[in-house]
Design a binder for this molecule. Sequence first.
Ligand code: CP
Ligand code: NVA
Length: 311
Amino acid sequence: KESLKGKHLLTLMDLTTDEVMDILDLAIDLKEKQKKGESHHILKGKTLGMIFEKSSTRTRVSFEVGMYQLGGHALFLSRDDIQIGRGETVEDTAKVLSRYVDGIMIRAYSHESVEELAANSSVPVINGLTDDYHPCQALADLMTLYEEKGTLSGKKLAYVGDGNNVAHSLILACAKTGVNCSVATPKGYEPKAVIVEKAKEIAKETGATIEVTHHAQEAVANADAVYTDVWTSMGWEEEEAVRLEAFQPYQVNSELLSHADQEAIFLHCLPAKRGEEVTAEVIDGPQSFVFEEAENRLHVQKAIMVALMQE
Ligand code: CP
Ligand code: NVA
C-alpha cells in the first residue's frame, strides 16, 4: 500500500478506498485507546498550524485536542491575526509556515486558495472545510455509520438539503466506500455536476449507486442514514431569506424520516438550526447520532494526522 505520509488531504479524491478504510480502522483504534486512558503519543514533538478564515467550534477544538492527545501541539491562527489578513500572499505564508510546523490545517472560503497553499507547502495540508469540500467531516460521518451499522458497502445514505461542501464530500465518501448515496435538493441547489460525475466514476469500482433528485421522500426511501445540513452555509448569508423558502419542503422531520429504514440513523455535521433543516423531534430524538458523529471528528482527524504526519 502506498503510504499517505507527507501527502495533502484536500478532498477525498486524494484517498484510495483502502486508505479511507485504513483511516477509519485507525480512528476506531485511537478512540479505544483514548477511552481506556492509554497514552498514544504517536506525534510527540510535532506541531500543527491551524488557519481559520471562517468560524468553527468542532474543527478547531477537535484538531487542537487531538494534537495534544497525540503528544503534539496545535496553533490557532485566525486569518485576521496573521499577515494573510493584511495581504501577505498564500504562497509566502505556505513557505514560511512549512519551516516552522509539521502540518497545516486550513478552513477557507475558496478551495483554490487551499490548493495554492498545498502547492507551496512542504508539509501536509489538511482541508478543514472550503466552500466546496469538507473531507474530515465526511470521514467522521462514515466512521459513525460504520460503527452503528457494522459495515459500509451496500448501506444507503440519503442526503436532503443543500448541495453544498458537506454534500460534495459525502457523495465522494460514499462512492469510495460502496455506500449507495441519494441526494435530494431543491431545483437550483444541486451538488456540482463535475463532483457528481467524478463520484459516479469512482462508484463504478465500488458498486455504489449515486443518485441526485428533487424528491426528498424518494431519496430517503429505505435509507440506513438520513443526513442534512444547514440551508445557508457560511458565506451565503445574503441569500438566507430566499433559501428559507426554497428549502421548506426538504425539512427532515418525523414524517420524512418514517420513509427511511426503521433502524435508520439521523446525521448532521452541526451546527444545526432546529425548525429549519431539521425538527427538534428528529435531531433530539432516539434515531439521532449527531453527538457521536461530532465526537468522531476528534478520532478520525487524529487518524488523518497520524497517517500524514507520522515519521
Ligand atoms: N461540523 C463542523 O465542521 O463544525 P464547526 O464549523 O464547528 O467546525
Ligand atoms: N455547510 C456548512 C457546514 C458547517 C460545518 C457551512 O459551510 O457553513
